[in-house]
Design a protein around this ligand. Structure first.
Ligand SMILES: [Zn+2]
Length: 168
């Protein structure tokens, strides 16, 4: 994706994101209120208090093809367990008690915060385009960290990990 193409896409994309978050605000719960036992060992109190989760049957995605971007149609229409927009993530109901998926989406929340919405979206779109969903760099970071969380009891600072990886 060229910077020019992104510049055109960014304002409607951000509008869609904000409208989607507003439309679901009544269903949003602070992650801190979900009382997971391990998340507080990896993320700060502030992050768990400010991050919101919305449980849904269908994870909302921007109407990219209507915005003129037809090459992400698989991402737009495919089945997804969760997605993060700014400080809020959407999860399928079935995963409401899955702490590892919450962990994964929290990694994205930290990516959004550290990169800012413009750099996050540009990096994410480029990663998706060049490598596909699972191999895109921001997803690889989230999946790798999720695997460390799920397969080991070793405690690490997940926010610092993201900061270090983004700095590479
Ligand atoms: Zn992800």
């Amino acid at each position: 994706m060229t910077p020019e193409e992104f510049q055109e896409l960014y304002p409607p994309l951000l509008n869609w994101l904000r409208a989607t978050l507003t439309a679901h605000a009544g269903m949003a719960q602070a992650v801190a209120s979900r009382a997971f036992s391990r998340l507080p060992l990896y993320f700060s109190k502030e992050t768990l208090a400010s991050t919101k989760v919305v449980l849904v049957n269908w994870v909302p995605r921007p109407p990219l093809s209507k915005m003129g971007l037809t090459r992400f149609v698989e991402f737009e229409r495919g089945d997804l367990d969760g997605i993060t927009y700014l400080d809020t993530f959407f999860l399928k109901q079935a995963h409401s008690k899955n702490e590892a998926i919450h962990f994964h989406e929290l990694i994205h929340v930290v990516q959004w915060r550290l990169l800012g919405p413009d750099r996050f979206l540009y990096s994410y779109a480029n990663g998706l385009e060049r490598f596909g969903y699972r191999q895109s760099p921001l997803e690889v970071m989230a999946y790798d960290a999720e695997r460390m969380f799920a397969t080991s009891i070793t405690i690490f600072d997940a926010e610092k990990l993201v900061a270090e990886k983004l700095a590479l």
